[in-house]
Design a protein around this ligand. Structure first.
Ligand code: GDP
Ligand code: MG
Length: 163
């Protein structure tokens, strides 16, 4: 069985951009409109001779009667069930938000391995990027740029180290 990497995070942090890079496809929908990706996308990738499966989440229906937070929580939990490794993405440009903290709490409770990935970090110093995300208490934040490809290879190697 291939290990499954699941991308989790609030809308617009760059999950689909990272998915496309990890699977070398354009299957996921990338857009400036938060919540555009519907449901989950599955793709295959390989690092060295190690194959993996990637799941892009964040299919937040823009019109959900229970509200977006409820839908996000539901989808996050569902995705976590399928994960060997969770890549929890946050956005250095918006900083650490209340939604990030809620997701972090749930992920910590899940007991699954979680890597905290700080995206949109191109051209920034690592210490500056990661500083404010330590409070999520999910270990050392890893700085990447999904759109520029910076830190992505290192991230996948680390995430799949034990597989
Ligand atoms: P998702 O909602 O989490 O799937 O986020 P998307 O992948 O759709 O990306 C949301 C927006 O962030 C798009 O405009 C992307 O081009 C942009 N984006 C994604 N990754 C990066 C990055 O590494 N750096 C910058 N500056 N923008 C990014
Ligand atoms: Mg998306």
């Amino acid at each position: 069985m291939k290990p499954t990497l699941v991308l989790v995070g609030r809308p617009n942090v760059g999950k689909s951009t990272l998915f496309n890079r990890l699977t070398k496809t354009r299957d996921a929908i990338v857009a400036d409109i938060p919540g555009l990706t519907r449901d989950r996308h599955y793709g295959h990738g390989k690092v060295g001779d190690k194959p993996y499966l990637v799941v892009d989440t964040g299919g937040f229906e823009p019109v959900v009667k229970e509200g977006i937070m409820h839908e996000m929580a539901r989808q996050t939990l569902q995705a976590v069930d399928e994960a060997d490794v969770i890549l929890f993405m946050v956005d250095v440009r918006t900083g650490c938000t209340a939604q990030d903290k809620i997701i972090a709490d749930r992920l910590r409770q899940s007991g699954r391995p979680v890597f905290l990935v700080v995206n949109k970090a191109e051209g920034m110093r690592r210490e500056v990027v990661t500083a404010e995300f330590h409070e999520l208490a999910l270990g050392d934040p890893l700085a990447i740029s999904a759109s520029h490809g910076e830190g992505v290879h290192e991230l996948v190697e680390l995430a799949l180290e034990s597989f």
